[in-house]
Ligand binder design. Structure first.
Ligand code: F6P
Ligand code: MN
Length: 314
């Protein structure tokens, strides 16, 4: 059951939610195909062999690493969905064209299994997806038609936005995604922070920002997986995730198209902010599919504070 301002709604599944939001049937198809693909990804995470790419199974078939397998599952479903123009995956790096002249179709950029090395130690991982209308994937993230992620943790969570708020779904015993919470909203100030990258490589501005958070009693919460760390910040509504520019990596680590744009879209839709430390992530015009950027994403006041420390210190 879902509770929303004085009324109780019964079991709204993802498809119905999209339909009731009057989304384009092709976009509904696409999002539901990704949700279907995630069921197979879950199965391979739960039962697949670990880290054994290049080895063979009982039947002498070659085993695939989980990130490669997750990529194949998604490529297959997206290719046959009938609604996709182009696909870019963090795993393959080559853009695949399914439909030329795809103005009425959608193009998808995704990270099929973010944090895949964490599966070996049984920590949470996720799939991150960015969707544009048409066939141009090198557009500012603000132009995304939709963004979503799926978190494979003790439970499976799907969070999506088509630009009309951010909505959380959880997988039930029938493997259907049912609505948990609509219109998730961020608070103004962080109570937790998730800092990526090695601290001794932080620049002066970023170091001062981290010290500021600690001095103000903001608690450290970092699993090393972008999807679970981001999910905690978003669903608790009081936090900030950052993977900053480092002394030896001015563009940080995370990928703009596959990781940052979709999360920034969701965060802004929830009333939070997403910045490189010098301006909004969603305004960056990508030069190439594999571009990276630093990121500070979460409560507005803290993202603004990070920008101030960086402007003053770097
Ligand atoms: O895909 C990159 C990733 O695995 C993210 O899930 C995570 O936030 C980040 O790398 C962690 O990087 P580091 O180990 O450098 O903190
Ligand atoms: Mn990743």
């Amino acid at each position: 059951m879902v509770k929303e301002a004085g009324q109780t709604k019964l079991h709204i599944d993802l498809h119905r939610h999209l339909r009731e939001n009057n989304e384009d049937p092709r976009l509904i198809r696409l999002i539901c195909e990704i949700a279907e693909a995630s069921k197979y990804i879950i199965n391979s995470i739960r039962t697949g062999d670990l880290g054994l790419a290049g080895t063979s199974n009982l039947y002498g078939e070659e085993q695939l690493a989980l990130d490669v397998l997750s990529d194949r599952i998604l490529v297959k479903r997206l290719t046959y969905s009938g609604v996709v123009a182009k696909i870019a995956s963090e795993e393959s790096r080559e853009v695949t064209t399914i439909h030329e002249n795809g103005d009425e179709y959608y193009s998808v950029a995704y990270d099929p299994l973010d944090g895949s090395s964490l599966v070996d130690v049984n920590l949470a991982v996720g799939t991150i997806v960015s969707i544009f209308k048409g066939s141009n994937l090198l557009q500012p993230g603000r132009k995304q038609a939709a963004a979503l992620y799926i978190l494979y943790g003790p439970r499976t969570t799907l969070v999506y936005s088509t630009g009309k708020g951010v909505h959380e779904f959880s997988m039930n015993q029938l493997m259907e995604y049912t609505l948990v919470r609509e219109n998730i909203r961020m608070g103004d100030k962080a109570a937790i922070y998730s800092p990526g990258g090695q601290r001794n490589l932080y620049t002066q501005g970023v170091e001062s920002f981290a010290a500021y958070l600690e001095e103000n009693g903001v608690k450290l919460r970092y699993s090393g997986g972008f999807v679970p760390d981001f999910n905690q910040v978003l669903l608790k509504g009081k936090g900030i995730f950052f993977y900053p520019h480092l002394k030896n990596a001015p563009q940080g680590k995370l990928r703009l198209l596959f990781e940052l744009n979709p999360m920034a879209f969701l965060m802004e839709q929830a009333g939070g902010a997403a910045s490189t430390g010098r301006g909004p992530i969603l305004d960056i015009v990508p030069q190439k599919v594999e571009d990276r950027a630093p990121v500070f994403i979460g409560c507005r006041e803290d993202v603004a504070k990070a920008e101030k420390f960086i402007a003053a210190g770097d």
